[in-house]
Write a protein that binds this ligand. Structure first.
Ligand code: ADP
Ligand code: MG
Length: 270
């Protein structure tokens, strides 16, 4: 079971007991997803180790967002099995927090920042959705972790993209999950926000949580992540970043879309 948000807020997250048998945090078996005739994701196997900082990498339209959404059951799978910490997805879904790609959220509806974070506490609020003082304090503690406590009463729609991204991360923290799935958390954010987000993600890893991000910036892969999954509809390669994030695998993933001059500039493992 995941820890409650109150514990998470109080001590920054405690290590869960070791997973029996070293089960992967997320395992996909032969997952195929199609919106039309051609599959967006084809027969992908993946094994994201528990307690890793992992990245899904691939060109635009490679099916990265689709992969996450299909793993979560947000879009239907044609085939494939999803296992979370060794359990079928249904049994373990409460252990997962998801931060969607920011562009996909439209905030015309007026919502305060604090209420967005309180949404992450829905499991704690009970049937009547009664927000008590301790819930509010827990939500504020999560906002504080992302440097947004001063914005609690603001309307989410009035914040910058980077500030919104931090609030969504705070909502994920409020869930007290063990597995955090984030779709391009650094896309279009300012440098200060990027630093704040990566610091929180690293603290999650230190607290024995698992983080899996769709990530677009090849220049930061080696600094940020220890496990990579390279995809372009199919899986191209998966494994430790140090041995998998290689020029050959990048060429296979991006094909002609990535100039070799660009690859030469990357901080690739020796
Ligand atoms: P990525 O996140 O890697 O950029 P996506 O998973 O968003 O890629 O999209 C993969 C492919 O599926 C693309 O060709 C995209 O146009 C298509 N696609 C994504 N979402 C939908 C949808 N809701 N309906 C139809 N096609 C979609
Ligand atoms: Mg995407």
């Amino acid at each position: 079971m995941g820890h409650t948000v109150l514990e998470l807020a109080a001590d920054g997250g405690k290590a869960p007991a070791a997973e029996a048998g070293g089960a992967a945090a997320l395992q996909l078996a032969e997952m195929t997803v199609s919106y039309g005739e051609k599959p967006a994701v084809f027969s992908v196997d993946a094994r994201i180790p528990a307690r890793s900082m992992a990245a899904i990498i691939g060109p635009n339209g490679a099916g990265k967002s689709t992969l996450l959404k299909a793993a979560l059951g947000i879009v239907p799978r044609l085939s494939g099995k999803v296992t979370v910490f060794g359990e079928p997805f249904r049994q373990a879904r409460h252990r997962i927090a998801y931060v969607p790609q920011r562009a996909s959220v439209d905030w015309d509806f007026p919502t305060r920042v604090i209420d967005v974070v309180l949404m992450g506490l829905y499991r704690e609020l009970g049937l009547l959705r009664l927000v008590r003082r301790r819930h509010r304090e827990a939500a504020l503690a999560c906002l504080d972790r992302v440097g947004m406590a001063d914005f609690a009463e603001r309307q989410i729609g009035q914040l910058s993209g980077g500030q919104q991204q931090r609030v969504f991360l705070a909502r994920a923290l409020a869930q007290g999950a063990d597995l955090y799935l984030l779709d391009e958390p650094f896309a279009g954010v300012d440098a200060a926000t990027e630093k704040a987000i990566i610091a929180v993600l690293k603290s999650l890893k230190e607290a024995q949580k698992t983080v899996l991000c769709v990530h677009h910036d090849l220049a930061t892969v080696i600094d940020y992540f220890d496990h990579v999954l390279l995809v372009n509809v199919r899986k191209i390669a998966e494994g430790p970043a140090a041995t998998t994030f290689t020029a050959d695998n990048l060429q296979a993933t991006y094909g002609g879309r990535l100039a070799s001059a660009h690859i030469d500039q990357l901080k690739l493992p020796a």
